[in-house]
Design a protein around this ligand. Sequence first.
Ligand SMILES: [Zn+2]
Length: 207
Amino acid sequence: MAEQETDEREFIDDTQDADERERAHRERGTVRPITVVGNPVLHRECADVTEFDEGLAALVDDMFASQRAASGVGLAANQVGVDLKVFVYDCEDDEGVRHVGVVCNPVLEELPADRRVLDDNNEGCLSVPTAYAELARPDYAVVRGQDTSGKPVLVRGTGYFARCLQHETDHLYGRLYLDRLSKRERKNALKQMAEGTPRYETVPNES
Ligand SMILES: [Zn+2]
């Protein structure tokens, strides 16, 4: 039996009115350029969100606008240069259902060893433009955190959405998916990035 069928806690419904909610956020927001691998803000743990105020709401709107402009399925605050533990997502699960939401101060729950089924699909990251690599990750994920008003939330995902929840939580602890690859795969991904041209605005790294 799948883990999600045995977990009876209350999870947020992030599928209702997904289109409308995503559009409302991004229409209020401003597109910001995306930071790329090598920028220090991506390689250290972000600060906890402690103020659930208008500033946070505005940041989330900007993140939705930026995510859409870059055709992303998830975006962490340090990817727009902000040192705060918050990520947004707009991602389909393995059944094609669209999930739209925000998580502040996310913590990824450990799965029991007998529930860990690995999925080794391709993964990419807006902060490593134009590169992709296969990366095995559990095909189910639960993230605990808070919404933009500070209320506790539980989010769960399967398939590609599970991958997204793990990837975005990693970002806020200073980890890129590159850090989970072998040296050789990492080198290959960086080569793809060096040879490609992103279709969205990025923040140049200081050399
Ligand atoms: Zn990423």
